[in-house]
Structure formats: structure tokens, C-alpha cells
Design a protein around this ligand. Sequence first.
Ligand SMILES: Cc1ncc(COP(=O)(O)O)c(C=O)c1O
Length: 295
Amino acid sequence: MSATPLDQRDGWIWFDGQLVPWKEAKIHVLTHGLHYGSSVFEGERAYGGQIFKSTQHSERLKRSAQILDFEIPYTVAEIDAAKRLVLEKNGLTDAYLRPIAWRGSEMLAVAAQQNKIHLAIACWEWPSYFDQAQKMKGIRLDIAQYRRPDPATAPSTAKAAGLYMICTISKHQAEKKGYADAMMLDWQGRVAECTGANIFFIRDGVVHTPIADCFLDGITRQTVIELAKRRGLEVAERRIMPEELAGFSECFITGSAAEVTPVSEIGPYRFQPGAITKALMDDYSAEVQPKSKAA
Ligand SMILES: Cc1ncc(COP(=O)(O)O)c(C=O)c1O
């Protein structure tokens, strides 16, 4: 990614139904979404001009908004079309897309029943991780101080901006210690996920991953589970306690941005990215490739 700040680039952003010049896609400081975190978003990738699982992302965006008690005034099909349009207008084929919906400026009290709901979609070039051999060395993770919230205290399965506050703090703390990211536990002290990706472990040929009931059930997570099963691997979705990490041989994280990224270390625990991680990385790379229209 270039070092140019994100508000200073050239291109087009889809904003409330129009394509606007990149630098003009602005909001007012008295925006409810900014003050109270009333916004939801998606992160997705296009490969060879096709957005991977676009409709699933658009459906999740609508669902996240509904969980926050607002309705995005566009259908899933309209959001899918807007994403295709903005990708094409920017002349991109391999890119990251960021749709975001938020409550506007009509009221700035906590209650915002009448506020207009906005939707914007940006996209930019964000190549997949560089070199496979480098990637297979694995990334190092810290264990975050903050935990994923109890679903009884926050809308924990929505992709809501407010939930990322603890993720940014956790990621910053990890980076200050020289780690790439942090693994978060859930409110009951069980393994949950990373700050922007889900997590998987391997032991004796079996794939283990935490049950996604108090954090995002990632679209990449669901895809990788399907790919693993297609390979005949057993997938155990279950409660995982941090002490169990000592018994796993491989670990990787998954997300639209992270794709499938091997992990070599989590706090005191060590892993050796191996054959199953490599196979699932390859399967995922193949799966995201555009399917020919004739197929
Ligand atoms: C907190 C969190 N968990 C998991 C994921 C993975 O979700 P997905 O695979 O749908 O991108 C993401 C990325 O969006 C995330 O931000």
C-alpha cells in the first residue's frame, strides 16, 4: 500500500448513490456515527475483477445495521452493484473494498431515531501478502489484555465499528512489544479470535477452531471450514482454553484481509506452520479466483 494518507488519494468513492471524487467523500464532524460508534462496515477483496462472496458481505452489512437498530436504505443487490461499479470506475481488479454505513447528523443525542442512514463504498489496491515462503514463517501474536465482550453486554456478532475500539488498543499494545497482532480471549477466558481475523489450530491432523458465538463468524472462517472438510479433514468447532495451545502443532488466522496467514507464536506457545496450513492456504488462493461465467 502506498504511504499516501487515505483521504488524500485520487479515484472515486460511491457515496449515497453517487460516485464522487475521492477527496470530496467527506462527512461533518457532528455525525452520530463518529460520536457514538453507530456505524457498521465490511472488508472484502476482489480477485481478477470479481468480489469474493460479495453477496454474503452485503447481507452481513445489512444484518449488522439491523443489530444496531438501523436499516441501510439499499437492497443487497443494490449494494453488490455499487461495489462492482466503484471497482470498475477505479480501474481495479485486485483490490480491497470497504463499504461503511452510519447514522448521520440530524440529531446528536444518544437517541437518533430520525437520522439519515448513509452508505459509502471505497476500494483501493491491497495486494495479497507478498511471498509464500516468507508467509510460511508465520506471524507472532501477543495475548490481548482485553477480552471479547459477553453477547449480553454488546452486539458482539455485528461487524460494528464500536467493537473495534478494544481491537485497536490490543493491536497497538502487541505492536509495541514487537508482535504482529494479538489473540483475544472471550469474556469467559476462552480462545476467541484476533483483532481482525479468526483463528484455527491443528493437532494430529484435526482442525480446531473456537465456536463463533461471541465474535464475528468470518466469511473466510466459514470458507476455510468448508475447504478443510472438502479435503476430508475433521473440523472441531469447540471451546478452546488458552492452556490447550501447548498441544497444537500448527496455527493460522483467517480473514478477508489476512486471507490464510500462518502463526508461529502466541505468547509462550510455539507452532510450526506445516502441511495442513499450507494446503488450506493453497485451497483458499484457488477458491477466491474468479469463476468463469461458463463454469
Ligand atoms: C474482528 C474480526 N474477526 C474476524 C474477521 C474475519 O472476517 P471475514 O473472514 O468475514 O473477513 C474480521 C475481518 O473482517 C474481523 O475484523
